[in-house]
Design a protein around this ligand. Sequence first.
Ligand code: ARG
Length: 565
Amino acid sequence: MNRFVEEIKEILKTEVDLSEEEIERIIEIPPEEKLGDYAFPCFILAKRLKKSPEKIASNLLEKLKPKDLIEKIYSIGPYVNFRVNKKKLAEFVLTDIFEKNKSYGKDILGEGKTIVIDFSSPNIAKPFGVGHLRSTVIGNSLYKIFEHLGYKCIGVNHLGDWGTQFGKLIVAYKNWGDEKKLSSDPIMTLFDLYVKFHQEAEKKPELEDDARSWFKKLENGDEEAKKIWQRFKDYSLKEFEKIYLMLEISFDSYAGESFYNKYIDQTIEEVQKKGLAEKSQDALVVNLKKFNLPVCLLRKKDEATLYATRDITAAIYRYKTYRFHKLLYVVGSAQKLHFQQVFKVLELMGYPWAKDLVHVDFGWIKFEKKILSTRKGDVIFLEDVLKKSIEIALDIIQKKNPDLEKKDEVAFEVGIGAVVFADLSTKRQKDINFDWEEVLDFEGQTGPYIQYTHARLCSLIRKYGKPVKKDVDFSVFSLEEEYSIIKKLDDFPRKIKITAEMYEPSILCSYLLDLCSVFNRFYQKERIITDDKNSTDSRIFMIKGVKTVIELGLNLLGIKAPERM
Ligand code: ARG
C-alpha cells in the first residue's frame, strides 16, 4: 500500500495488539470528507479487549502522535481518524503518476503466477450473438487487469466446436444445404440450417437419430464428417475474427472443445480407475448425490462424450500445460450447475488445484427487453450492435463537433467504447437491459462520458501549450475539489487490486465515473489556465495525472481514449 498507510501502521503498531498485515487490512478510506483521509475502526479490538469500540478509540487517541505525513489524528465514534499532509499527498501522488505513466498501479502481486482465462468461447456455425458479448469483454478486461498486477495471463478461447449439434448441422446440410448460398453467406446459411433442423425434427424425430450417428462418426474420425465440420469451423472463425478485430481482442490459444477429443479416453479411464464412474441406463456417470448435485454424465449410451467430459479433460490439460495459479471460466450464470459438477469431479479425482478453478459468472443481456437465445432464431448479431453504436456515435459527433478531424475513427472508438462500458459497468451477476439512449448519453454514467472527459483534459493540456514538467509548487492546492481529485488518483492502485480480487470490472468502471465527476466538479468551478503561472503549472500537472489515469483505466477495460471528440 501507499506511504500514508505505511505511516499509519507505524503510528499504530506499538499501541495496538495487531499484526501489521491486520492493521493494513482494517484501515479504511472513509466515505465522507469529515471522517478524515483514512480511518481505523476499533470493532475488532473491542471483541478482544471486551471494551466498547468508542472507548478504545478515545483511549488510543490519547497515545497516538502525528508524524511526518499524517498531520492530524482525531476520533469520531468507534473510529480513529487520520488527516494527511495535503501538500505531501499531492506531491507523492502526482509525481508517482507522472513518473510511472502507464505503469501507474502496476504491482508485483502476480509475479511468477499464471492465470488462465477461459473467455468469449462462442459456438461455431452460429452467429456471434450479443449473448457472447459479456464473456468476451469481461474476460478481456480481467486479462489486462491481472497482467497489470504482474500475473502472466493465458487467454483461451474454448470454442464450442464439438458436440451433438454438429451432427444436426451435418444432417441439415446434407438434406437441405445449398452450396452456393453456403459459400456466399456462410454463417447465415448455417444458422438457417440449424433453425430448420429444429423445426423439421419436431415433425420427424428420427432426424435426431441421424444427427447422433453423424456426431458419432465425427468423434470416430470419419473423413466425410470431418471435412464438412472443418469447413463450418473455418467459416465461423473468419466471422469471429471480424468481431475480435473490432474489439481489438486476441487470444493465446484457440484450443476449443474439439481439441480435447484425443485426450477424452484417457480422462474416462482415469475417472474409472479412481472408482468414481458408474453405469446408469447404459450411460457412464459420476454420481454426485452426496454433494447435492445431479449426476455428471461422462459418456452417453451411444458412446458420445459430453460438454462436461470435455471440460474435465480441458482442466487437466491446462494444469499440465500452464501450472496455473487460478483458472477462470468467464461464462454466464446459466452454466453454474455445470461448473459445480465439473469442479466437484476434478476434486474427487484428487486434484488439489480443483480449488483454484473459478466460475466468473454473469447475468443475461436483454435487448429491448428480450432475452436472447439462438434456438428460436431471433438472435441479435453482435456485429450489428457494434455497427449501430458506431453509427449513432457518428451522428452525435456530427452534431456536437462538426469540424472534428477523423470523425469516423473517433466514432468507431466511441461507439465500441459505449457498448463495452455499458456491459462492464453493470455488476457482473446482474442482468443488463440494453438501452441505446442510455448507453450513448455523453452526460450519463457511460463510456462516452468518460471518453469525453478525457478529451477535455487533453484539450486543456494542448491549450497550455508547453511540455508538462514535474517539481511544480504543490502548496497551491488548497481547494476541497482539488484535494478530492488527488485522493481519488491515489486510490487507483487499490481499486485495481479489488477489481481483480472480485473479478469485477464494474468496480473499475465506478471508479472512473467518480474520478470524472470530481474532476468535472472542479472544472465547472475553477479556471485552470490563468495569468498566475505558478498555479497554472501545478494545476496542469494535476490535470495530466487525471488524464493518465483515465486513459489507463479505460485501456484496462479494453476501451480506447480518443484525444479529441
Ligand atoms: N461455448 C460455450 C457457450 O457458448 C461456452 C464455453 C465456456 N467455457 C467452458 N470451458 N465451458 O455456452
